[in-house]
Design a protein. Structure first.
Length: 144
């Protein structure tokens, strides 16, 4: 019963996300956002996170990766537009062009391709090395 509710909830979230109508975003701006998401491998990261989430939830799927890919594919175009709307709060079109020019350089490609791995490794290090400090710091905030 719990599993059916969880699947229904996920489907509701996905349906809601794809049904939303986003603001109009300039076509050039959208192209630059799309380039940036491709350069930073954002779609692959989203698929990997969703696949791990499905696996951690213990969903009875034939392939977590394929299910995650299908899920992300179902909303990706809308996601790009929503991402662009959020980017407009931080970046001008010129900023995005400059970022994409950087990502096209050898150093930029290196940053984009290594960021996820570096972040994952640092998360592992924090968990392995600093668990005690984290627990000690959280003691001050536990409700009693």
């Amino acid at each position: 019963m719990y599993l059916k509710k969880m699947i229904a909830f996920l489907m509701l979230i996905i349906a809601s996300a794809t049904a939303l109508t986003a603001q109009n975003v300039d076509e050039d701006y959208m192209k630059e956002v799309d380039k940036m998401l491709i350069a930073t491998q954002a779609k692959r990261a989203t698929i990997d996170i969703l696949s791990a989430t499905y696996q951690n939830m213990g969903l009875p799927l034939t392939s977590y990766t394929e299910a995650a890919e299908a899920t992300v594919d179902s909303f990706w175009d809308n996601y790009i537009e929503d991402y662009a709307i959020e980017c407009m709060n931080f970046f001008t079109l010129e900023d995005l062009r400059n970022l994409n020019a950087f990502y096209a350089t050898p150093s930029g490609k290196k940053v984009a391709s290594s960021y996820r791995t570096l972040s994952t490794k640092m998360t592992d290090i924090v968990v392995q090395k600093y668990s005690y400090q984290i627990q000690q710091a959280l003691k001050n905030f536990i409700k009693q």
